[in-house]
Design a protein around this ligand. Structure first.
Ligand code: TXA
Ligand code: MG
Length: 328
């Protein structure tokens, strides 16, 4: 049985060029030996991810960074000391022997050392880098528990390691250190302000930057039903409006205002960590009951909410046609 494979078995599978689903504290990853181009290309097929999108290489020790990156700037060490193992991915100039498929043809490589004990045990037992995107089908919600792993990914994986529900729930913050000025490529739980403070210098934000990677596309992390993000003071009126149209509306809110009756209502306490942890699993749960529309109370602006708001904005900007994607 694939489910709940042990670490030794998962290591053997990676060595043979197979795919392993493993937990990290952010989201589950779909991993392959980062030094084996055939194994890495099987990830593209499993996820139906467009070619040329680069991968994060996960490593189990800080020292391994030198096997993948080159010309490593001083800033790297300040961030690594503070945030690894953890929620930070760093983009560095890549070493010359890093395979083309990992970097998507760029001269950089993304590195992350996760803190989840199962991930760390796997990485240290394997002893080399594991290339792993989030374990979702391209453009869909990242799984934060095995309950939300898509059947396609389940079938494509040769082993699946269970780590329970991911504690953090949204993907790592990505910081590009490969240019003169550090830049956030993908917001996450670690905010731009925090990176600025840790480096003691200006850090460029992701906004307006044309990124060539899936997490940087406008539409990503999307549930099937269209999302509507609504400020707190409009929430009650907007729900009532959809009710009048007899639309099958699901609501996710966090303020204590009485939500008018609707098809389904999920409450998430008004804390960034709770929203991050519960966002994808709540959206996945709502997707299963197929509402026509999901109304979400938009959390406030501010550094602590950067990552959650980023995922909400991306998920609400549906461009791919789907049967649920009609304006109501
Ligand atoms: O929390 C996470 O980061 C999770 C867990 C599994 O570690 N991983 C994850 O991987 O979110 P993925 O592939 O879904 O998103 C990583 C993003 C992708 O958009 C990828 O294109 C980008 O990082 N990326 C990878 N290498 C890059 C590079 N050299 N330059 C710029 N972006 C890069
Ligand atoms: Mg992803």
């Amino acid at each position: 049985m694939k489910h709940c494979s042990d670490i030794d078995n998962a290591v053997k599978i990676l060595q043979k060029g197979g795919l392993v689903v493993f937990p990290t504290e952010t989201v589950y990853g779909l991993g392959a030996d980062a030094k084996n181009p055939d194994a890495v290309s099987a990830i593209f097929q499993a996820k139906q991810r467009p070619a040329k999108h680069p991968f994060i290489v996960h490593i189990g020790t800080i020292n391994e960074m030198h096997n993948w990156g080159t010309n490593i700037p001083e800033d790297t060490f300040a961030l690594v000391r503070r945030y690894w193992p953890g929620l930070l991915t760093l983009v560095l100039k890549r070493a010359s022997d890093v395979t083309e498929i990992i970097s998507g043809g760029q001269d950089t490589v993304a590195l992350r050392m996760p803190s989840h004990p199962v991930a760390l045990e796997l990485l240290r037992a394997f002893g080399s880098g594991i290339a792993a995107p989030s374990a979702n089908m391209y453009g869909k919600l990242s799984p934060t528990s095995l309950d939300n792993l898509s059947p396609n990914i389940r079938n494509a994986a040769d082993a699946i390691l269970d780590g329970g529900h991911c504690e953090i729930g949204i993907e790592s913050t990505i910081v590009d250190l490969s240019n003169a000025e550090p830049r956030i490529l993908r917001p996450g739980v670690i905010s731009l302000e925090e990176i600025k403070r840790a480096l003691g210098k200006k850090v460029l934000s992701s906004s307006g930057f044309n990124m060539r990677f899936p997490g940087g596309c406008k539409v990503h992390y999307a549930p099937n039903a269209p999302l509507l993000l609504v400020p707190s003071d409009e929430l009650v009126a907007r729900i009532a409006e959809y009710r009048r149209m007899q639309a099958k509306v699901a609501v996710i809110s966090s303020s204590i205002v009485a939500v008018p009756p609707c098809y389904t209502h999920r409450f998430i306490p008004p804390a960034p960590s709770e929203w991050a942890r519960q966002l994808y699993s709540t959206l996945a749960e709502l997707d299963r009951i197929q509402p026509e529309r999901i109304i979400i109370e938009l959390p406030p602006n501010g550094p602590d909410w950067e990552g959650v708001r980023d995922r909400l904005f991306r998920a609400s900007n549906i461009s791919s046609p789907s049967k649920n994607n009609r304006a109501i």
